[in-house]
Design a protein around this ligand. Sequence first.
Ligand code: GLY
Ligand code: MN
Ligand code: MN
Length: 369
Amino acid sequence: MDAFEERTRRCQDRLAAVGADAAVLFPSTNLFYVSGFREEPGERHLFLVIPREGDPAFVAPEMYDAQIRDSSWVQDLRLWADGEDPTKLVADLADEFDLRGGHLLVDDTMWARFTQDLRETLPEATFGLASEVFDDLRVRKDDTELAALRTAGEVADRVSVEIRELGEEAVGMTEDELADEIERRLAAAGGDEIAFGTIAGSGPNGAKPHHRHEDREIRPGDPVVLDFGAYVDGYPGDQTRTVVFAGDPPEGYEEVHEVVREAHEAAVEAVEPGVTAESIDRAAREVIEEAGYGDEFVHRTGHGVGLDVHEDPYIVAGNETELEPGMVFSVEPGVYLDGEFGVRIEDLVVVTEEGCERLNDSPRTWEPL
Ligand code: GLY
Ligand code: MN
Ligand code: MN
């Protein structure tokens, strides 16, 4: 059986387990996960309807006919032409699959205009979110997914080393120029598209955890937060190092970097099957709190990574999910001193039977390489 079909059958088991009659997917990572067809969300009606039993069907613009047939095991296509009303096809499919009064799980990222449209087309149906079945399906990665994530990790590692080897050459470059250089090298190293907005936060900009990049020039001694990754076969890299390209760092930087590095190590060492996601957050946070920087660690310790850069399991206080082999997530503690600098160190890890495997291993030091 096709791997995507196998995932669909597991999705159907989960639909039955939660008492739902169908999932209605929109162009999304969920849709790719079960069908193999990948597309950006758009303004045209494009749904995959997965009934609890039987085979799924697409409702799709006719211009996608060949594209869907070539990429997906799902061959039941209900096509509509520009200028026609696609809601008629949706209503007909609901009749055929006996969904008019059913409980339908819609893709969490479906645009409101389409969920509204579904509610109007099927006024007797009730609605929930597809994450109710997909989060659990996707949280343990299979071998194909792990292979892609490992390669994405290697691509990020390679570029991290190459960028750090710029040394003094990076001084005088703007963050924008450095980000361009990172992205160019990610592509050259085998990455597909960038996985998220590249972060090159120099000096005080590093204290804003999700600062991207701007025209500030990098100065000697500036700590620079470098957080980047590229997709490989649909799976992203996501790695952070905080480095100094040349010169002496500001007072206190060395100590803060060491605290964050120890927090990172403590969290990675705590990863093993059966422990909770929140206990990994606690392991990192304790180190930072004991050093007196608890208030400056302003985000969770990590997030799951798969087809989405941010997905389950979230490594955050209150998440009592027990870790299982095959789960992949980031470990990324940070300390952010407003107006001065920030430090973050981030690796992706996969939970194994014994503990965890790191998907990144470029140097976690800050000094010029
Ligand atoms: N760069 C986004 C993150 O690490 O989550
Ligand atoms: Mn990151
Ligand atoms: Mn991350």
